[in-house]
Design a protein around this ligand. Structure first.
Ligand code: DGL
Length: 263
């Protein structure tokens, strides 16, 4: 059997990336780790996120002999990807970052909202990305404390309340000058709140996520992608098995088995 690709996130958010990976590489086997027992990452010290990212990467290499790793978490990519690449030079590692560049290119009002975790927005990696796009658009940055956690627990009332307050804080939406017409979902959990966000901001607003470009990049870096056969999908969590099982069932694949992990 072809070696799997490892994918991890602080929780269920990376399933939005795995969905895109499955579409791009339908025969490829994947092992997904949700670190829900140590989430959320976005409001924790970078040291915590680095430590967890290292432990999960080692687990995926030792237990699953992965051929590549996808860090399906903006916060972990910002905090740890440089170090992971240094420590595992033989392993292709793909990260995810807020899609500021495509958003700036497609916005007509040149006013772009960016929803992300506090950890991502404060990171040096994000600040460098922002600086590289100076003059291309005006970016309205919105740290969304608690939103990933509410999505993690599929708490509809809390998702609605937080989305309402954060979308109101970013300003006005529409296609006139000075209005936001494009919003970057800079956390892999947020695509699972897309319906709520659309209802609050209006359909004129385009939501930009990073799953598809990450999937294309993963295809490019794989040395032995599976091109035929039935793929094997494995899911594990350091948190509650039922939580990941119901998210996988809802968004990806009904009936998938989920293991409890002690990493
Ligand atoms: N899904 C993660 C991200 O893309 C982080 C969510 C969290 O744990 O705060 O940033």
């Amino acid at each position: 059997m072809k070696r799997p690709v490892g994918v991890f996130d602080s929780g269920i958010g990376g399933l939005s990336v795995l969905r895109a990976l499955r579409a791009e590489l339908p025969h490829q086997s994947f092992v997904y780790v949700a670190d829900s027992g140590h989430a959320p990452y976005g409001e924790r010290e970078p040291g915590h996120v680095i430590e967890r990212s290292q432990a999960i990467t080692q687990y995926l290499i030792r237990q699953h002999d992965i051929q590549a790793l996808v860090v399906a978490c903006n916060t972990a990519t910002a905090a740890a990807i440089g170090l992971l690449r240094q420590q595992h030079p033989e392993l292709p590692i793909v990260g995810v970052e807020p899609a500021l560049k495509p958003a700036a290119a497609s916005s007509r009002t040149h006013r772009v909202g960016v929803m992300a975790t506090r950890g991502t927005l404060q990171s040096a990696k994000f600040q460098a990305l922002l600086a590289s796009l100076q003059g291309r658009a005006e970016f309205v940055l919105q740290p969304c404390d608690g939103l990933a956690d509410a999505i993690e627990h599929q708490d509809a009332a809390r998702i609605q309340a937080l989305c309402r307050s954060y979308t109101q804080a970013m300003g006005r939406y529409g296609s006139a000058a000075g209005e936001i017409d494009t919003v970057v979902l800079g956390c892999t959990h947020y695509p699972f709140a897309a319906d709520t966000l659309h209802a609050l901001m209006g359909d004129v607003v385009q939501l930009v996520e990073s799953g598809a470009p990450v999937a294309r990049q993963t295809r490019r870096v794989l040395r032995e992608p599976a091109s035929s056969g039935h793929p094997n999908l494995r899911f594990g969590t350091t948190g509650q098995v039922e939580q990941l099982r119901s998210a996988v069932q809802r968004w990806l694949q009904p009936g998938a088995a989920v293991d409890k992990l002690h990493i």
